[in-house]
Design a protein. Structure first.
Length: 364
């Protein structure tokens, strides 16, 4: 890999100005490192994630090196690098994307080595609900990862889409995640849409960003919530476990509506959840926060809810329910306006067989 120090770059705007940099190639065995020297600012301090995003956008050298190594640095990716301790401010590791930077300091961005940056096409069966020359809508099965990542380099939805769509999909929306505009967790099943052209990718990305889309999920939860309700609680990274999200006053706005579809007293309920926002693990976090965690969700299931709702279940029924080895969550409905044809599209996916079996086991 390549490590670079940027020192011949200047950017001036009504927000801030950067010092000049000179570029120098360093140890080829090191990971990519981009060091940005801040000289002064015209306005008060700026969030470090925004600062780094703008700096790298304006640096031709940085972009050349990143492109050569198939690295894409969006603001969300930079935020992730901060949260995973890959950005430091004058030698001090920063973990808060909202950290305010000061002039006269050095910001160093360390980019972990990418494995298999360009995904390979793999012949994997897809359950396709709709397809045209612009996009594809499908039913993702539980257990399938959406895109390659550490620990899941292949057999992902992206690998399957590359085989199905061919080379035309390469680079649509990025190198590592071609065609992807949203995600479902590995163990969540249900409806997803992916782009097949750059125009569709831009259009779908805007639809999701502006929340101009209906997304409904079915979940089997412990206990019996109220017949319907709405939870509006911000969600952010858990300060205790970085793999988890949590309701946090420092988090982003998150709104989930729910209503009961069926009840299986006193053990569980089938609920429909509608996303008004799209935060990571949003439904799982919100239902757990309410005290009605999703059955099979090892990450967010609370011991209190387990005790409250499981103690009276006979051993055999408890064994059957506990044998469900994923969160009982299914993306059941996806509605949006086609980004090119402008036709309104609606897709509905019924409960998968494993969730139907779980309900039957609860009802026995």
């Amino acid at each position: 890999m390549i490590a670079i120090i940027l020192r011949s770059f200047i950017l001036e705007s009504n927000l801030f100005s950067f010092s000049r940099f000179k570029s120098k190639l360093l140890d080829m065995a090191d990971p990519i490192k981009i060091s940005l020297a801040v000289k002064d600012f015209n306005l008060p301090t700026l969030r470090i994630d925004a600062w780094v995003t703008e700096a790298i956008k304006e640096s031709k050298l940085a972009k050349q090196v990143l492109n050569k190594n198939n690295y894409l640095l969006s603001r969300s990716r930079i935020k992730n690098l901060i949260e995973t301790k890959n950005i430091d401010f004058d030698g001090v590791i920063i973990e808060d994307p909202s950290f305010k930077i000061k002039s006269g300091k050095i910001i160093t961005v360390s980019l972990p080595e990418i494995e298999n940056a360009i995904p390979l096409a793999e012949k994997i069966n897809l359950d396709i609900l709709f397809e045209d020359e612009h996009l594809i809508v499908l039913n993702k099965k539980a257990g399938m990862v959406v895109h390659p990542a550490p620990g899941s380099p292949n057999k992902t939805l992206v690998n399957a889409l590359l085989y199905h769509c061919g080379d035309s999909l390469l680079g649509i929306g990025g190198v590592k995640r071609p065609g992807i505009v949203h995600r479902l967790d590995k163990n969540t099943s249900g409806v997803m849409v992916a782009a097949k052209t750059e125009t569709a990718h831009i259009g779908l990305s805007n639809i999701f960003a502006n929340h101009d889309i209906d997304r409904n999920y079915n979940a089997i939860v412990w206990g019996q919530p109220e017949d319907k309700g709405i939870i509006e609680k911000p969600i952010g990274r858990s300060p205790i476990n970085r793999k988890k999200m949590a309701v946090s006053p420092k988090g982003k706005l998150a709104i989930t509506k729910w209503k009961i579809l069926d009840i299986y007293p006193p053990y569980a309920s089938l609920v429909e959840c509608k996303l008004e926002t799209g935060r990571t693990h949003q439904i799982r976090v919100h239902m757990s926060y309410l005290g009605y965690s999703i059955i099979g969700d090892d990450l967010y299931e609370k011991p209190m809810s387990q005790k409250r709702h499981k103690n009276n279940i006979i051993k055999e029924k408890l064994r059957l329910i506990r044998s469900f080895n994923r969160q009982a969550l299914h993306a059941s409905k996806l509605c949006f306006q086609h980004p090119v044809t402008k036709k309104y599209l609606e897709f509905i996916s019924s409960l998968p067989q494993d969730m139907k079996n779980l309900i039957e086991n609860i009802k026995k």
